[in-house]
Ligand binder design. Structure first.
Ligand code: A3P
Length: 289
């Protein structure tokens, strides 16, 4: 008889089989997916923990000539999470709306002229970041005592909120060359943020390229969006986490996964990555990670 270890699992609520954080109102999801996208909308579409907040702020800064959010504003007010708040809140935003979503491509509200910025991150660092996120938001997941080994089993089987990492990545990647989609990686943003800013501005329109050609504006965007300044701001941006939990903007590094993965877990996720990306063009995306 083999004794298999019991893994602790976070709690979620299911929306037609789709896992969502417990603290998110179910009506937000229903309403959010029925939002009618507008031509001027800018969607920041990601799988969780892949650089959503960073990109939301970059887009905000590009649209606002490098001016940071004021002390009374938060990123989730100016760029709400669609499937959390629902369509009424999104409709009240001034255009162009900056809309955060973790929905898979097929559930994301679509308009041919809307802009979709998709940020992908290697699954290893994503899993580690998602683990800390899940144990830290106790009211959403009830997983404060969960270990990385526990979370890894959920991640690799896709039993986490917002669905399977690979389902999300592969489907969005199929659209990477669409005119209304910009596909970027977290790792590329880390290695050359200025280049990523130019790509985003070019994608959003020539007037934003003019904006960032002003060196002072570009410097302001770079400064306000760097890890240190965003870390300082986060106290006001995300709900309070217990003292013993890492902050939401936590480490911001490529390769932190090596501090968490066992050789067996590394092999299992590498094998899964190979299997799920075979023939998609994604196979060689993170060779260096
Ligand atoms: P880590 O947990 O690895 O540190 P999301 O916003 O999608 O939830 O992603 C969160 C991840 O992005 C966290 O990763 C966080 O630290 C990282 N992040 C946030 N702002 C960043 C920045 N300005 N530069 C680099 N990484 C950033």
């Amino acid at each position: 008889m083999t004794l298999e270890r019991e893994f602790k699992k976070p709690r979620y609520y299911l929306h037609n089989g789709f896992r969502m954080p417990m603290g998110f109102p179910p009506e937000g999801f229903r309403s959010g997916i029925s939002y009618q996208a507008q031509p001027s909308d800018i969607f920041i579409a990601t799988y969780p923990k892949c650089g959503t907040t960073w990109t939301q702020y970059l887009v905000w800064l590009i649209l606002n000539n490098g001016q940071p959010l004021s002390a009374s504003q938060t990123i989730s007010e100016v760029s709400p999470h669609l499937e959390e708040v629902g369509k009424e809140t999104i409709t009240k935003l001034t255009s162009p709306r900056i809309i955060k979503t973790h929905l898979p491509y097929n559930l994301t509200p679509y308009h041919l002229e809307a802009s979709y910025i998709y940020i992908a991150r290697n699954p290893f660092d994503c899993a580690v970041s998602f683990y800390h996120h899940t144990r830290g938001f106790i009211k959403h997941y009830d997983f404060a005592n969960g270990t990385f080994d526990d979370f890894f089993e959920c991640f690799i089987t896709g039993e986490v909120d917002f669905g399977d990492y690979f389902d999300n990545l592969v489907l969005w990647y199929e659209h990477k060359d669409d005119d209304n989609v910009l596909f970027l990686t977290y790792e590329a943003m880390k290695s050359n943020l200025q280049k990523a800013i130019f790509k985003i501005a070019t994608f959003l329109g020539s007037k934003y390229v003019e904006t960032i050609k002003n060196e002072q504006v570009l410097n302001q965007i770079m400064t306000h969006s760097n890890f240190e300044s965003m870390s300082k701001k986060q106290e006001r941006w995300s709900s309070k986490r217990p003292e013993n939990m890492p902050p939401f903007i936590r480490k911001g590094e490529v390769g932190d996964w090596k501090n968490y993965f066992s050789p067996e877990q590394t092999k299992r996720l590498r094998d899964k990555f190979k299997m799920r990306t075979l023939g998609t063009g994604l196979e060689n995306l993170w060779l260096e990670v």
